[in-house]
Ligand binder design. Structure first.
Ligand SMILES: C[S@@+](CC[C@H](N)C(=O)[O-])C[C@H]1O[C@@H](n2cnc3c(N)ncnc32)[C@H](O)[C@@H]1O
Length: 387
């Protein structure tokens, strides 16, 4: 495909996403029905779509319309490319610009629009008063780097970095997690390397590893990951300390990949179905469903889809999950609340409300890591069961 044909494909996909279809689903469907597209075409189109969605609001201003064409027009203008050279209508290029399209468009307004944040989230997050939060919104306008979790039991971090470097894959260590490397520029060959196939590393965001680093567990103790999903965090803890590991998820199909991943890591993890009897453990991790507002670089359409009502319902569900998870902590053990959100209502406020409902738990620590050039954003709070 020509670069122009890729942009035309991205326009069609963006129109469907703007009409309400999930981006991943539309991209997968497009790839299946477009056998002429090679892997490089699919990757480039995916990048165009995600680049446009991360900056949807500012690009709609620059491009003059919230539509597939408007966003791609905005992307080209923002990159300093003359859109008329791309919108030629020749071959499979997008149709030529209308006079209105050529005339429309303006620079985004400073604040929420330029930071590509919905107004209500800008206000709720206190962005106007807090430069760190503004930076967190700003950084989520760009793609996230690829995160690597080094299996430290099998290879030191520096040694893996050197082996990847020898294959032309540059990485840098994340100072906030001892197992984390970051590969800027999202190199696509990482999972094709012998090191990946030999289980020397997993793909995992450094912020997610930072959460796992804070899960208190002594050798031989038991951990229940109550919202395990694909098991990224329970496997990261298991790589750090030998213990007894249990996984549960309200939507068990989310754990479909966990057995294979656990086998690859050489770590037994017992899977539990909802409604079944769960073990009381030394530590229970509640990595609760959340807005995802610290990870919107990876799922940018979610940023525009979230409503205040969704958020309210999610916060209520989180409280229920924490209450249930608390019952599974042995006296003297720990409950860990984790989110990939940068919103207080899901983080500090939720932790405070939990403590008010549970006088048998005491706050041990709480920390937010805002999204930055190395990692997505997360919040972790650790409670100790005192009675
Ligand atoms: C943030 S994700 C977990 C990510 C996972 N821990 C990891 O590191 O890969 C939240 C998970 O909570 C699950 N979930 C939703 N409602 C739940 C409930 N009521 N009880 C337990 N888990 C639930 C979701 O299916 C989802 O897999």
């Amino acid at each position: 495909m020509t670069p122009e044909a890729r942009l035309a494909a991205a326009i069609g996909i963006l129109d469907r996403v703007l009409a309400g279809e999930p981006a991943e689903k539309v991209l997968t469907g497009w790839a299946r029905s477009s056998r002429f597209a090679g892997s490089k075409d699919r990757a480039a189109i995916r990048d165009h779509v995600f680049d446009a969605l991360r900056r949807r609001r500012s690009l709609a201003a620059t491009g003059g319309a919230l539509s597939g064409r408007g966003l791609i027009l905005g992307l080209l203008r923002a990159a300093g490319t003359d859109p008329a050279a791309v919108f030629t209508g020749q071959g499979h290029a997008p149709a030529p610009l209308s006079a209105a399209e050529a005339a429309e468009g303006r620079p985004p307004r400073a604040g929420a629009e330029a930071a590509d944040c919905p107004d209500w989230l800008w206000d709720l997050s206190g962005a106007a008063q807090d430069a760190a939060i503004r930076a967190a919104w700003e950084i989520q306008r760009d793609a996230a780097p690829a995160g690597i979790r080094v299996h430290l039991g099998r290879i030191p971090r520096e040694a893996l970095a050197a082996r990847l470097e020898a294959q032309g894959i540059a990485t840098r260590p994340d100072p906030r997690s001892p197992s984390a490397l970051v590969a800027p520029g999202r190199p696509r060959g990482l999972v094709q390397t012998a090191e990946y196939h030999d289980g020397l590393f997993e793909m995992q965001d450094p912020g997610s590893q930072w959460v796992a680093d804070q899960v208190p567990l002594e050798p031989g103790q038991s951990l229940l990951d109550y919202c395990a999903g694909g098991g990224g965090k329970v496997l990261a803890v298991a790589a750090r300390v030998a213990g007894e590991f249990h996984a549960h998820d309200g939507l068990p199909r989310r754990m479909a990949d966990l057995p294979a991943r656990a086998a690859r890591a050489g770590t037994p993890v017992a899977l539990h179905q909802p409604g079944g009897r769960l073990p009381v453990c030394d530590t229970v991790l509640a990595d609760v469903p959340c807005s995802g507002s610290g990870t919107w670089r990876r799922a940018p359409d979610a940023k525009w889809r979230l409503t205040p009502q969704d958020l309210e319902e999610t916060i209520a569900l989180q409280a229920q999950i924490l209450d249930r998870a608390a019952q599974l902590v042995r006296p003297g053990g720990y409950l860990v609340q984790a989110t990939c959100s940068l919103l207080r209502g899901e983080n500090e406020d939720q932790a405070e409300a939990f403590l008010a409902r549970h006088p048998d738990f005491a706050a041990q620590s709480a920390c937010t890591r805002l999204p930055d050039a190395l990692a997505d954003g997360y919040f972790v709070s650790v409670f100790r069961r005192t009675a």
